[in-house]
Write a protein that binds this ligand. Structure first.
Ligand code: ADP
Length: 248
């Protein structure tokens, strides 16, 4: 029993060291990636003069690949913060539609390039305000839209917001892509989990986004789940958040 206790302590020490390493590495990676994002977008906007179409195309690819890398680093940072219990939440009363609008701005170019119709459906009446950590919920929404675009070769991606009864707001991201097999619908929310079909279409994924997303949504008292009629039939990712009763 003594040896077990020592081994346990050693495992905990290694686990902390691993989390620390991921945290430091991610912070160090984020700075240069942000610089690449800034400069490439300046080039694309024409701030350094006119560039021909071929170069524009290449820089665009650099910009998009770099965005994916930034997202990966964000996910790694989130994982290490979650695991070490250092994740902090800053709740504020916000309009979900504003967060969606903000997240969407990143994807218009990618959707257009892939010839995918990306649209947002918002109810006519403004939704009630929610008490949220806007940064975290934006990350969840961005991950869902990014996935929908990654795993859809043609068709559309639809983001829909609606109020469900008096107590909840629902957001769904529906795509016409490769879909998800029944037995994978829960499995994909595990850390580092990816489905086999996915590996063929998009090799660069990590399987972290949904794990982080579900953790964030649950911290807000909500639920996140996936629905699909199976492989080849598109997917829908849905989350529901409670409407705060007392404005906090
Ligand atoms: P990643 O996309 O980096 O692999 P995620 O945690 O975001 O990591 O997703 C985990 C897995 O869930 C993906 O690898 C894929 O198999 C599946 N998945 C996620 N979104 C979709 C989608 N819109 N359509 C089909 N499969 C999806």
């Amino acid at each position: 029993s003594d040896r077990l206790a020592t081994a346990n302590q050693e495992l905990k020490r290694l686990d902390n060291a691993k989390s620390e390493f991921i945290s430091i590495a991610s912070h160090q990676l984020r700075t240069p990636l942000t610089a690449i994002k800034g400069y490439t977008s300046l080039i694309l906007e024409g701030s350094y003069g006119k560039i021909d179409n071929q170069i524009q195309d290449v820089i665009n690819k650099v910009y998009l690949a770099n965005n994916r890398l930034i997202e990966l680093v964000e996910n790694l940072l989130s994982i290490s913060r979650l695991e070490s219990g250092r994740m902090q939440y800053n709740y504020q009363l916000v309009q979900l539609a504003d967060i969606v609008k903000d997240a969407m701005s990143m994807f218009a170019v990618v959707a257009k390039k892939q010839d995918i119709n990306l649209e947002v459906l918002t109810p006519e009446m403004p939704l009630p305000l929610l008490s949220l950590d806007a940064g975290k919920i934006r990350e969840v929404i961005s991950n869902l839209i990014d996935n929908a675009l990654k795993y859809t070769e043609k068709g559309s991606v639809t983001v829909k917001m609606e109020q469900v009864g008096d107590e909840k707001i629902r957001l769904s991201v529906k795509d016409t892509g490769i879909g998800i097999k029944k037995e994978d619908l829960e499995h994909i929310f595990l850390k580092f989990a990816r489905s086999k079909e996915t590996e063929k279409l998009y090799v660069g994924g990590t399987g972290l986004g949904l794990y982080v997303g579900r953790t964030f949504v649950e911290k807000h008292g909500g639920r996140l789940w996936a629905e699909s009629e199976g492989h080849g039939h598109g997917s829908e990712f849905i989350f529901e958040l409670p409407i705060s009763r007392n404005g906090v």
